[in-house]
Design a protein around this ligand. Sequence first.
Ligand SMILES: Cc1cc2nc3c(=O)[nH]c(=O)nc-3n(C[C@H](O)[C@H](O)[C@H](O)COP(=O)(O)O)c2cc1C
Length: 179
Amino acid sequence: MKIMVIAAHPKLTESRANRALLDELKKHDEVVIRDLYQEYPGYDIDVQREQELLLEYDRVVFQFPFYWYSCPPLLKKWFDDVLTHGWAFGPGGDHLLGKEFMIATTAGGTERAYRSGGDDLYTISELLRPIERTLTKCNGTFLPAFVVYNADRASNEVLALEAKRYAEHVRTSLRVLAH
Ligand SMILES: Cc1cc2nc3c(=O)[nH]c(=O)nc-3n(C[C@H](O)[C@H](O)[C@H](O)COP(=O)(O)O)c2cc1C
């Protein structure tokens, strides 16, 4: 299975959690990692190149720090620019049919907070629904997300363990992930 991870962190050099996840993934040759903010510092996304890349991979993972219950702005622009009418959805827009998509996100909040009655009120799955629907509208298969909670307070040891869990999750087959 060919896997592409599109990482979108506005300040990856200052990151602990996302960097830990990416450092572990780099040990796995079958996973191609891209740094969206490094590739497009001026937000001028090359739509044709991005669409061609999407076609090459079976599974695409969007990895980002959870910012205001959503993704950082360059990734939102990537969705806006790349998932075009007539290519990703609508008449003739069947290029992503059956493509597997996954979200991997790191959150400052705890898992206990992300639930009904908790500080953050909703689960991450509920909060990711706009992205989920975007990708299913484009005929993709939306896989269970990978989440690191309490990311700012997690020790390096905990982050290293989470990173190993992440590398497993990213490479787990659809059949096992979605049962
Ligand atoms: C602008 C901004 C918005 C944030 N919004 C949220 C949020 O809505 N929910 C949350 O749990 N954490 C939030 N955080 C915390 C980040 O998710 C957390 O710092 C990040 O996931 C840690 O990963 P990193 O070490 O890779 O930067 C926010 C942080 C910033 C800077």
